[in-house]
Structure formats: structure tokens, C-alpha cells
Design a protein around this ligand. Sequence first.
Ligand code: COA
Length: 179
Amino acid sequence: MRVHIRPVQRADAEALAAIYNPEVIETTVTFDLVPRTLEEQQVWIEEHLGTHPCIVAVNDEDQVGETGAQGDKILGFAVVTPFRARPAYATTVESSVYTHREARGRGVGELLLREILAMASDLGFHSIIARIVGANESSIKLHEKVGFSLVGREIEVGRKHGKWLDVVEFQYVIPDTSR
Ligand SMILES: CC(C)(COP(=O)(O)OP(=O)(O)OC[C@H]1O[C@@H](n2cnc3c(N)ncnc32)[C@H](O)[C@@H]1OP(=O)(O)O)[C@@H](O)C(=O)NCCC(=O)NCCS
């Protein structure tokens, strides 16, 4: 499968919700409890068209994925969001990556995460935080593979589907080198 990356567009909302909402409903990988409406997903995209970008991975070859703004097939997305509101945290962001269930294990998550790290570097951010539910081995391995280091573990900070959930925090500090 050949894949390329492009910035998210407003009309990708339905595709992103189709990738994200099954994880909200069926898993504990996100601490959202209620699936996003199309309107909420559109607002979310609006918030990620500027300094805290979202990118999508697009399938160039076959029909796997959700139809995006350009009639292309979206396989996943990565995003950075502000880490904390207080101003001295402004150079830190939190990253997140989701891939389509039918596209997993093919390098799409890694491509997205590496690209969003490069973009964060270009935008002048210094530190990237990933907060991952403790049992999410695939995400933990992905973040370790691209160079994130474990910071610590928060015990039973979440509750979903009748279970207490730990969160592990990983961090990537951008080296002072250009891309
Ligand atoms: C985590 C996730 C983004 C990985 O995406 P993916 O496209 O399947 O990952 P890739 O194929 O790019 O794999 C890259 C690396 O991630 C790790 N990885 C991915 N899936 C894995 C699995 N099932 N088990 C163990 N490691 C895994 C491996 O280190 C892999 O490298 P390798 O192929 O050399 O072993 C995807 O499983 C997903 O969207 N999960 C649900 C949402 C989620 O958990 N997001 C993260 C929230 S913090």
C-alpha cells in the first residue's frame, strides 16, 4: 500500500469520526465516552488547521480507508494539541495518532507519528507528550520505536467500561537540529 500525508481539511470530518468513534465506543484507548457528532468533529478540525496541526495519511493504491475531502481514502490521522493552558507550557504539545482498523500493522501509524514530530519541530515546539492507557501495548511500542521515553505511570486515573485505567506518559524532546 502506497501512502502519502496531507494536512487535514474541513471536509475530512466524516472520515475522521469514522476512524475515531469506534475507539470511543468499543475500547479504552481514548478517555472520551461519547462518540463525536459530525459537527463536533468539524469544530475539532477547525481547531487543528493552524499552529496545532492535524495530518492525515491517504491511501494511493486501493480502497481501504474512509473517503476524505478530496475523494481520497483516509487511513489515519495524527494531531498535536496544547499540553497545558499556562503560558510557560506553550512550547510543549500532546500528540495523538489513530489508524483505520483495516490499515493497521502496515506502517501507517509510524509514518503519521514521525511526520507530526517533524512538523512540531518545524513549528518550534520543543517537547511532545503522549499519554497512553496502560494496556495499549501497540501504542506504547509505536512510541518507543520512534524515540519516546517513559516518564511515568498514573495509577487508576481513568474509569471506563467498568474498569480502572492507568495512564503511562511518554515524552519526546526535540533535538536542537533541523529536519
Ligand atoms: C497504535 C496505532 C496507532 C498503531 O498504528 P499502526 O498503523 O498499526 O502501526 P504501524 O504499523 O505503523 O506499526 C509501527 C510500530 O508500532 C508498534 N506496533 C504497532 N502495532 C502493534 C501491535 N499490534 N503489537 C505490538 N506493537 C505494535 C510496533 O513497534 C510497530 O513497528 P514494527 O512493525 O517494526 O514492529 C493503532 O493500533 C491504532 O490506531 N490504535 C487505536 C488508537 C490508539 O490506540 N491510538 C493511540 C492512542 S495513545
